[in-house]
Design a protein around this ligand. Structure first.
Ligand code: ARG
Length: 401
């Protein structure tokens, strides 16, 4: 029977090819090019060497346009920290896995996820939402090997893998690093966990300035040069990474209830999200700014928790897209030894008037109008406090009797 396996080239999925073949399946693999900086030709060769048929699709443009850009517009950081690199890629991979299964007339698909993570949930929920009739097989769960055992199994079965004890997933939007020494939340991640970012203390002594132009919430130019999304993000990963920017280390609540220590490198994401949110604040009213956080958090949670295809995501996006219609302008960033700082912004849509805001003589703000405002703004607070004081006085008087 034919089976389509989502194949990353990593340890778990490589073992899966052999294991599925031993179970009698004819294995077809699918690898998505998402800018993970892996040698895809080598991945193809490995698959062929293992007597399976490889599909490799370049999905970088689709990934940026339909998954990463919406996440920028939503200022999406799960639990305030994780830019969702891995999470955003899963529904896209699942979508094409289902397409290939339909094309190949396969009724079974597989992925290399363990039962402990979010990825299993994301793949399963999306695959089933797109084609309920597909059966899903879980080689990693059924094999139940530890990482060390897996490496041993690979060697014995002629599977070439990079012998790292970290579990790594990477694409244009970031690099997720798990396992090994990182599992001890007390210990600082060792230098060898990072590949895209310079150790901040070794980053250049001179700051690097960048101007990022946004149009309707989407980054379109870097230092005045028009760029497509893939190019822009690739360039930013390099420039910001070289300045030590993008390392994230936080405790994360997985969907299935586990709390884990997660380490990421996401230089472009850290810079773009910071710049975008600053510009958005500049062009939105106080009411929009205070309200949108709730929508954004919900959007990030849906993306994180495998509910990409829940209609609520698109419902939220109609609000998010609307509010981003005015997020057009330029943000100036200063990158320096692991820090990315917003140091300037410009927009024709800014709800900012220097003549009103200035503390200088030229101010046009009529400060007398504040008097009536504070009078009414504090009306209920005054009444409530009067009542509370009256009550307190009564209690005090009773205690003194
Ligand atoms: N905790 C992250 C997430 O759930 C990263 C997952 C990384 N996956 C991996 N195979 N290393 O999105």
């Amino acid at each position: 029977m034919k089976i389509i396996l989502a194949y990353s080239g990593g340890l778990d999925t490589s073992l899966a090819i052999r294991w599925l073949q031993e179970k009698g399946y004819e294995v077809v693999t699918f690898t998505a090019e998402l800018g993970q900086k892996e040698d895809l030709e080598q991945i193809k060769e490995q698959v062929k060497r293992l007597d399976a048929k490889p599909y490799v699709l370049d999905l970088r443009e689709e990934f940026i346009k339909d998954y990463v850009f919406p996440s920028i517009k939503a200022n999406a950081l799960y639990e305030g920290a994780y830019p969702l690199g891995t999470a955003l890629s899963r529904p896209l991979i699942a979508k094409h896995l289902v397409k290939i299964a339909e094309k190949e007339n396969a009724t079974v698909v597989a992925h290399g996820c363990t039962g402990k993570g979010n990825d299993r949930v994301r793949f399963d929920v999306t695959i089933k939402a797109l084609n309920e009739n597909l059966k899903i097989v879980f080689p990693a769960v059924e094999q139940g090997l530890s990482r060390e055992e897996g490496i041993k199994f690979a060697k014995e079965h002629g599977i070439e893998i990079e012998e790292t004890l970290y579990s790594i997933d990477q694409n244009l939007w970031g690099r997720s690093i798990e396992c090994g020494v990182l599992e001890d939340p007390e210990k600082e991640p060792p230098a060898d966990a990072f590949k895209w970012t310079t150790q901040p203390e070794n980053a250049p002594d001179k700051p690097k300035y960048l101007e990022i132009e946004f149009e309707n919430g989407i980054p379109t130019q870097l230092n005045g040069v028009e760029m497509g999304g893939v190019d822009l993000i690739e360039t930013l990963n390099k420039v910001a990474g070289a300045n030590g920017i993008g390392r994230i280390d936080h405790m994360e609540d997985r969907i299935i209830g586990l709390k884990t220590r997660e380490v990421y490198e996401a230089p472009a994401a850290v810079v773009l999200l910071k710049a975008h949110e600053d510009l958005e604040k500049y062009v939105c009213t106080i009411n929009e700014n205070l309200f949108r956080g709730f929508v954004e958090q919900k959007w990030a949670y849906l993306a994180y928790s495998g509910l990409w295809l829940d209609p609520l995501r698109e419902d939220l996006e109609s609000f998010i897209d609307k509010i981003n219609e005015k997020v057009t302008g330029t943000v100036r960033m200063k990158l320096y030894k692991g820090l990315s700082m917003v140091v300037g912004r410009k927009s024709k849509n800014a709800i900012y008037d220097q003549n009103l805001a200035t503390y200088g003589k030229e101010s046009t703000f009529d400060e007398k109008t504040s008097e009536g405002f504070t009078e009414l703004w504090g009306l209920q607070s005054r009444i409530a406090n009067k009542i509370r004081n009256r009550k307190l006085e009564k209690i005090r008087n009773r205690n003194n009797d």
